[in-house]
Design a protein around this ligand. Sequence first.
Ligand code: SF4
Length: 441
Amino acid sequence: MGKILLVTPHWGPLFSGRVRRYNRRFLPLDLLNCAALLRNHGHVVSIVDGRCKPESLTQIEHDYDWCFFTLSPLDRWQCPNTDFEHLAPILEPFVKERLVIMGAQPTLAPELLLNKTGAHAAILGEPEMAVLALAQGGVPGETPGTALLEEGVLKKGPKGVDLDLATLPMPAFDLIDFADYRYEVLGKNMGLLELTRGCPWSCGYCLLSMYPKKYRRKSVAQMVTEIQHAQSLGMESAYFQDLEFTLDAEFIIEFCEAMMAAGVKLRWACQTRPDTVNQRLLEIMYKAGCELIQFGVESGVQRVVDLTDKRQTLPQVEIAIDLAHQVGMRTLCYFLLGIPGELPEEMEETLRFAQHLKPTYASFQPATPYPDTPFYEEQHFKNTFPEVFNGALNSNELRALARKFTLKFHLNPGYLWRRTVRGGLKGAMTELGLLYNYIRA
Ligand code: SF4
């Protein structure tokens, strides 16, 4: 039996870093999964979440047998923060011989991150089974899904063991306080949930290195019980972190019907592909509490969408957003700027398409090149973690464009009027507050 500490650091203010990343306060669900598995094996576990309580990082007692430190919890597996200079003072007091780093960044560049952090070992890929194996006495560098530096040379164990979501114990929700978590566009006391893990597509920009190829899911009964348990501990709203929530529409209908049959009342949100929704599905999701649905639209130009190999069409996007609004949901659309091969005038067209779609919210971000993605492999970068792709605009120009589009979209009088009418003055003020934080960053 060991004393295990699980940590996630903070990354600065609400919007920070080179790409003005939104440092949302979501709970570290993968750490709660690890905690549940560890406790089932008799370990004593505590969690320090620096994202919601930065001061807690300075109050740690470094008497653990192992500290597992994630650089990107589950909600950041696809878009990890790479402003590493921020980490050095946080990591300084940790006992490096008992420190194991994990998350997308060490998975992509274990040697670089082991050198940068001084950690004893790294976990590569999804963490749950490797954390348990190391706590149970596994040897770093030999245990599946782990690596370490031996005399400066990277030594890796075999490929990690995939987590079986269906046999995962209840996440250790009792180790966190839901009151610490909120999502500005959904509400307070927010939980993070996961019904499925994985995605069968491979879009050019999308980082999937933390996800084994196999698509896995929990059972409907397991998920409903999990929600009821989390609600008994104070959860009032939830975000489903599934990569593409409606990938299997019939399964989601079954889940929503089970929620309603069990009398679960929950406000929730999810993200998905526009081409995987239909009216019946959205109606049932809305009845089951889904208030907000997020779509990856990427570009307002079909040629550019096709470059990403996303295999969705602009008419499919228009239909999905119209249907979501018709059933009563709010929508958030994500747009990328600086996709390899994209022309400046096509980026301008993306703003026009966003204004035409009229989603409730729109996010414009420079596309980030992550190692191990198809686009990254096509370009030759000097840095392991570059800011943007080589293309028509440089990083400063793309950041400026993203900012200009964000302001043009959200400060448009028609938009503000729609938001006030549909969301009420309080909702509009909350959203303006979020925009203010973005502008200040
Ligand atoms: S469908 Fe979504 S999660 Fe899957 S590869 Fe494409 S962007 Fe990534």
